[in-house]
Design a protein around this ligand. Structure first.
Ligand SMILES: Cc1ncc(COP(=O)(O)O)c(C=O)c1O
Length: 447
């Protein structure tokens, strides 16, 4: 029987009387039929307040790269909690974590810790502007860099307002943002090298940095086309701009040296979040000595009461040790599992004539649902995705999957954790088979 969510529905009703809109991050309202309330997690398994069991590929929006509640991490946090939960001062643990990052990521000559990747992005922008004396940041349509004013520009441009292909509009999805925020950005389309060159040339001498998600995980899991990373590096070197790799999602998933090691490029600054803290509020800015110079000189301020919190550091040290211990076996292990899952979903889609086309490198991928009549073939950029992806139909399939105990990120992203085993993938596919059958029988496009 498909799951029901009575207890979660009751809790959500209650929450709305004390928590604004009932959730503490806007995106959590997307979960249908109701935002779920969880009681326990273990490895790839998750249980909600109704006692429903899920195989989890949502993984705390990707942060739980080591699975739910790994015993070693829980022990490390508990041991630290008995010594102190917060000092707002130095402790050896922070050097332990910094040294691990240095050893794992060649461009991480120096690091600084924060509580969220949103904050780290803001620090990176501040550094880039101080470093170059320039105002503009070049960013790509559909890339998400946190929820602050500066992080969201051009993330979710609606098709009727996004401007022509050559000059994408600078739009903000939130009210309450002053228009001057938009003036700080130059927009470009992802995965079009010639277009990028034209955008940089048009603003030559005014751009402080180029920021990007190396794999566009927040829109359709779009890998960079060959030559894109080397072009960004070349343009940054040519014009004295900083290359900022936002590895909040890709960090440690793509190997100990992150996506920059996997795709072979060396950024000036790297944003690390999610997996670096294994599900604790921890994030890091890593960079070359040259790019971090203005923090060393004190000209750029980076601060925070909870920065380098010892509980988070204990979790991070444990997490990074797991990645390092895998050595060369990572990311091949999760890659294999992810490919097995993608292949299984493709077979189910064919069997039930569902136009689902998972796209991505396997260890993380996006469930693209093609609109009726849309051409097949890999999606290339944000506009292509909006034009071809059938969001309502995916939402229906996602709900069927959830009701059978398979949980992916609401907008379609799936990721594999170090806790998943082949048997979990196979079980997820058995459950998915029921979900596809129901979806195929029940789906009716809106008239
Ligand atoms: C690529 C990217 N950058 C930055 C952020 C912001 O991270 P946080 O929510 O930890 O502030 C996210 C969050 O999903 C992200 O995916």
């Amino acid at each position: 029987m498909p799951y029901t969510f009575t207890k979660s529905s009751e809790l959500f009703q209650r929450a709305q009387r004390s928590i604004a809109a009932g959730v503490n991050s806007g995106i959590r309202k997307m979960e249908a039929p109701v935002p779920l309330y969880f009681t326990r997690g273990e490895g790839p398994n998750l249980w909600d307040a109704d006692g429903n069991h899920y195989l989890d590929f949502q993984l705390g929006q990707g942060a739980l790269f080591y699975g739910h509640a790994p015993a070693g991490m829980a022990d490390a946090i508990a041991a630290q909690a008995r010594l102190g939960t917060h000092w707002a001062a130095q402790c050896e643990l922070e050097i332990d974590v910094a040294e691990r990052l240095q050893a794992m990521i060649p461009s991480a000559e120096l690091v600084r810790f924060s509580n969220s990747a949103t904050e780290v992005v803001l620090t990176a922008f501040r550094l880039a502007r101080a470093h170059t004396g320039r105002k503009l940041i070049l960013r790509f349509e559909g890339h998400y860099h946190g929820w602050a004013d500066e992080g969201l520009v051009g993330f979710a441009n609606p098709a009727d307002k996004w401007g022509d292909d050559e000059n994408p509009a600078r739009l903000h999805p939130s009210k309450g943002v002053i228009p001057e925020v938009l003036d700080q950005f130059v927009m470009a389309r992802w995965n079009d090298v010639a277009h990028l060159r034209r955008r940089v040339d048009e603003y030559r001498g005014q751009i402080a940095a180029i920021i990007f998600e190396p794999v566009l995980c927040n829109t359709c899991c779009l890998e960079p086309v060959p030559g894109l990373m080397s072009t960004i590096r070349e343009l940054c070197d040519r014009d004295g701009m900083l290359m900022i790799s936002d590895e909040t999602i890709t960090g440690f998933r793509f190997g100990a040296s992150c996506a920059q090691g996997y795709y072979g490029y060396r950024p000036d600054l790297t944003v690390l979040g999610k997996a670096v803290g294994g599900g604790t509020p921890f994030a890091a800015l890593a960079g070359t000595k040259a790019a971090m110079a203005k923090i060393l000189s004190g000209e750029v301020i980076h601060a925070g009461t909870l920065n380098g919190n010892p509980l988070c550091l204990a979790a991070s040290k444990w997490s990074l040790d797991q990645v390092q211990a895998l050595g060369a076996a990572h990311p091949a292990g999760i890659q294999q599992l992810g490919t097995r899952l993608m292949d299984g979903l493709v077979q189910l889609a064919r069997k039930h004539a569902v136009p689902l086309h998972p796209q991505g490198p396997g260890l993380i991928f996006h469930a693209v649902m093609l609109k009726p009549g849309a051409v097949e073939g890999p999606i290339r950029d944000y506009r292509d995705y909006v034009r071809r992806h059938d969001a309502p139909r995916w939402a229906h399939l996602r709900r069927c999957l959830l009701e059978e105990g398979v949980r992916a990120i609401e907008r379609g992203l799936w990721s594999i954790s170090l806790a998943h085993r082949a048997s979990d993938i196979d079980e997820a596919l058995v459950r998915s088979a029921r979900a596809f059958a129901r979806h195929a029988a029940e789906w009716k496009p809106a008239a």
